[in-house]
Design a protein around this ligand. Sequence first.
Ligand SMILES: NC(=O)c1ccc[n+]([C@@H]2O[C@H](COP(=O)([O-])OP(=O)(O)OC[C@H]3O[C@@H](n4cnc5c(N)ncnc54)[C@H](O)[C@@H]3O)[C@@H](O)[C@H]2O)c1
Ligand SMILES: O=C(O)C(=O)C[C@@H](O)[C@H](O)[C@H](O)COP(=O)(O)O
Ligand SMILES: [Zn+2]
Length: 363
Amino acid sequence: METLTVELGDRSYPIHIGRGLRHASEYLAPLLQGRRAVIITNETVGPLYLDDLRNTLMPLQDQPVAALQLADGEQYKNLSSLEQIYTFLLEQRLERNDLLIALGGGVIGDIAGFAAASYQRGIDFIQVPTTLLSQVDSSVGGKTGINHPLGKNMIGAFHQPRLVLIDTDTLNTLPDRELSAGLAEVIKYGLIDDPEFFAWLEKHIDALRARDPQALAFAIARSCADKARVVAEDEREAGRRALLNLGHTFGHAIETGMGYGAWLHGEAIAAGMMMAADLSQRLGWIDTDSVSRMRDLFSAAGLPVTPPAGLSPARFRDIMAVDKKVQRGRLRLVLLHSIGAATVTADFDAQCLEQTLEALTAA
Ligand SMILES: NC(=O)c1ccc[n+]([C@@H]2O[C@H](COP(=O)([O-])OP(=O)(O)OC[C@H]3O[C@@H](n4cnc5c(N)ncnc54)[C@H](O)[C@@H]3O)[C@@H](O)[C@H]2O)c1
Ligand SMILES: O=C(O)C(=O)C[C@@H](O)[C@H](O)[C@H](O)COP(=O)(O)O
Ligand SMILES: [Zn+2]
């Protein structure tokens, strides 16, 4: 068992990482203390893990542990699912002092987190992430929200969880394609500011794909530590936190343009990071050798390295124009000086961006 802390003053919270949820009741008990918890999950994760979590919670509260199972998929990260959650919470008479628990991947964590941020103007919530992507990224840092047909995560709030409980054994049931998608965010941390981790990933990528428990535990803890550090410095993305968006301006355009769910988030941002690398290279920043290392690692992780056919440069431009990093109408992108040195900037040659879009969408 390993415990990290997201340091945010009186809103600091622990991330517990381990195999099995044996110690879960120890961590949950102090938060419950006469309060009631309900669970939001989905129709895939519920049948796998809801009973375990319920059994852990049952001795800690005097009322039955109610749960809502939403439909599964990125296309359900929308207003209609959010409304389903509000209705459930009201029917359950959940009070302002009660708790909501998100059990599932990033879709459930984001939407349940936003329900917690807005229900009765904000109640506490706990993240129990069950995908690699949610264990290394979405459960940490308090970004919650839903998609809009015109843009990813366009409606939401910053709302930190009170606790993150990561049971790495849940990854045993995760499909290979989803494991690879999670590796995209893991590789992202190496690219942003952790070149040693990037080099470790190059050596251990096969072990990670084979679900070696030690390799996974190390990669999850290192990713959470890297993210927690950035979030602690800049909780609401006034500056440095935007680095966590490496590959996301391109990647979100892929997800929105292809229709939510066609490309997994991790797949889209892997291709997006390669697009950011291509542009960085055209600007004379990152060198060819580093771009090849990136391409090799994403490929070894089972991820795409080019955007999908069928999204034109014009469509990319159109969707990218509503990115949340746009300021006074100017697009800001996360670009790379080298592996481990990312930067957020609006100061790039627009011609080079055009060339990247033309070259890679034609590939
Ligand atoms: N809030 C943030 O900081 C943040 C960070 C990264 C990504 N995200 C968001 O997270 C979402 C992607 O999350 P994701 O990749 O976890 O996708 P997801 O939540 O859709 O989960 C992927 C699939 O795996 C299934 N699943 C979950 N756990 C499982 C398990 N243990 N065994 C078997 N199947 C399981 C799910 O039902 C789903 O079908 C996107 O919406 C993305 O925008 C948010
Ligand atoms: O936590 C962050 O900050 C991130 O940017 C993490 C990203 O991996 C994640 O996909 C996030 O949801 C993107 O946020 P957005 O603000 O670009 O929608
Ligand atoms: Zn992401």
